[in-house]
Design a protein around this ligand. Structure first.
Ligand SMILES: Cc1ncc(COP(=O)(O)O)c(C=O)c1O
Length: 386
């Protein structure tokens, strides 16, 4: 007698043709991983060492994305996280403990800063901030217990490009690791490991995903020791990424080069054009000399992305700047950048230290894939209305 139909729902004998080949990476979903025998059962996160053990540590789709990012960043191993912010948190959990000190640039992505202030300090980690353009002057900021130095280059909103080799040299002399948020350069326009960085992270949400429809992050390490520290923390924090999102990110990777090229060309053209406008005081685009740290971009980067900021002249009020953003028709208003749609966001930036006080005159753009002549026309009409 055959199996009952109810059993067949679970244990089917149905067969389909074999040998399907296509150009896309299959989406392997799965929490439970099957073992070949009772003896083979184990729960180890390092699937490169022991094979697959649990979906939490990645299915072949997740690991394929991780391996591809690792290959592009020329690192040792990569972990995938559910978002860029998750990657930031995981790095802090993996490399810091109570009594340690971490250095964070003043220009860091705001939730990264908040994590340091609101979570790390609560866990007994000392946090201090340094000016992003400090270069080798960072030496004076090290303490006996400094274990980690965060960098983000260029910085969020204010776009300072950092002198990574100088920071790396000082950090290594003080026995501290350097971790870089390499999201703006999409992991490809700045060769972090060749410049001595120890750990990189990216919000794959941005250029790798590229279509504003997924959230993912990556952490790439340069050595086995960091791999072990992160792997066990990744397991215990339970930071699993969705294989469906990973498959979208794998698709995004295939067009990353052409998207970046088109975006770079448009963004640069618009940045140069905006710099000539009478309303604009400053364009903060790393490949223009007006951007702090431009010389480091020129020395260390192989390209530029589509995110940059402008600062309006002193005579403009906050309300006028907001009116400019509201008047834009093609540019949408939204935070999460690097998709195909151009974005604009006005910020109110006040520095507690001696960085320039742009106040409410700063607007950040993320240039998408629209024709740049249309974007220019849109900017022109909004500047006139303003
Ligand atoms: C520089 C930078 N790092 C990290 C993140 C966080 O990424 P996610 O939005 O995937 O959490 C962002 C998001 O805006 C970002 O701009």
């Amino acid at each position: 007698m055959g199996k009952n139909w109810k059993t067949k729902l679970i244990h089917s004998d149905a067969r389909i043709p074999e040998g399907f080949r296509s150009l896309s990476t299959p989406v392997h979903r799965g929490s439970t991983v099957l073992f070949p025998s009772a003896e083979a059962v184990q729960d180890t996160w390092d699937q490169y060492a022991v094979g697959y053990t649990y979906g939490l540590y990645g299915t072949p789709t997740t690991l394929e994305l991780a391996a591809r990012i690792c290959e592009l960043e020329r690192g040792y191993r990569t972990f995938i996280t559910p978002g860029g912010q998750g990657a930031i948190a995981l790095i802090n959990f993996a490399f810091l403990k109570a009594g340690d000190h971490v250095l964070v640039p003043e220009s860091i992505y705001t939730p990264n800063r908040k994590f340091a202030v609101e979570v790390l300090r609560r866990f007994g980690v000392e946090v201090s901030f340094y000016p992003p353009t400090i270069g080798s002057g960072i030496r004076a900021h090290f303490r006996e217990n400094t274990r980690l130095v965060w960098c983000e280059s260029p910085g969020s909103i204010t776009m300072e490009v950092q002198d990574l080799p100088a920071i790396v040299e000082a950090a290594h002399a003080a026995n501290a690791r350097v971790v870089l948020d390499n999201t703006w350069a999409a992991g490809v326009y700045f060769d972090a490991f060749a410049h001595g960085v120890d750990v990189t992270m990216q919000a794959l949400t941005k250029y790798v995903g590229g279509h504003s429809d997924l959230l993912l992050g990556s952490i790439t390490v340069r050595d086995e020791l960091s791999y072990r520290r992160l792997g066990s923390t990744h397991q215990l924090v339970g930071c699993a990424a969705s294989p469906d999102d990973c498959s979208l990110a794998l698709r995004g990777l295939k067009t990353l080069a052409v998207r970046l090229k088109a975006i770079e060309t448009s963004a640069l053209e618009l940045a140069v054009w905006l710099a000539e406008r009478p309303e604009i005081e400053l364009v903060l685009h790393p490949s223009l000399p007006s951007c702090p740290g431009h010389e480091f971009w020129k020395r260390d980067f192989t390209g530029s992305a589509g995110v940059f900021s402008i600062v309006f002249k002193q005579r403009y009020t906050k309300q006028q700047v907001l009116s400019f953003v509201n008047a834009l028709e093609l540019f949408e208003i939204g935070y999460s950048w690097a998709g195909v749609t151009s974005l604009a966001v006005a910020y109110d930036f006040h520095s507690a230290t001696n960085r320039p006080n742009y106040g409410a005159r700063i607007v950040r753009f993320s240039i998408g894939l629209e024709d740049e002549r249309d974007l220019k026309e849109d900017l022109t009409q909004a500047l006139i209305k303003m």
